[in-house]
Write a protein that binds this ligand. Sequence first.
Ligand code: SF4
Ligand code: SF4
Length: 217
Amino acid sequence: MGVIVLKKSQEKNGPGFRLGLKNCDISLQELLNQMNRFIEAGGLPRLWPEQIRQCAGCHLCCHEPLPVTSIDLFNICRALEIDFIEAFKYLNLEVDGKVLDITLKRSNGACIFLNKQGRCRIYNDRPFLCQTYICCHVHEAVEELRSQVVNQGMDELVRLAILRFKKEGKALPVSRGKTKSISLTDWPKNCFSGKNTYAELLLENVLSSDLKKVLLV
Ligand code: SF4
Ligand code: SF4
């Protein structure tokens, strides 16, 4: 039996899946690998069964704003062979007071990486949220895990963006809001700092102790 347990379940609103962990000494990349295998194995009832029964790129989930982490952006840079600053042409930055949200840009209501054939152009390197989404009912602990990873990962991306754009003598490329309320002191280093891949990041260092208690089996 592996360290990660993924199994079909009956959730409040219908059939779905649950995630359990034997321990938290595994990397986020191992979690992603198992999620991808679980999705590829298929057999989960979907929210839109008339559209598709298994995830084969129907792209219905590629039309919402998609928050990204620092590691998501490094993966995009590697996939497209571009540097950190250039990768911001694919991102949407919105400031609201002292909060800065970073999401993938959209074109005609769809993710910028969705091609005309309805396929993801960066599928193997798609962001954490894309790799952990299955359109079925999920236990709230899975949603909480996704939030905790992405919130910390986006905080690190904001911190790096402030530093790198300042070093280049450029303004942050925000599409809405004013950058003067954005201060580096509001984004201290966290568990994502210094990490370039999800293989370097352990669940132990990312999840809250309350969430670990819920997920440990
Ligand atoms: S996860 Fe997304 S791409 Fe896959 S079947 Fe569901 S809506 Fe379609
Ligand atoms: S990165 Fe790919 S999988 Fe994720 S929303 Fe965009 S097109 Fe869809």
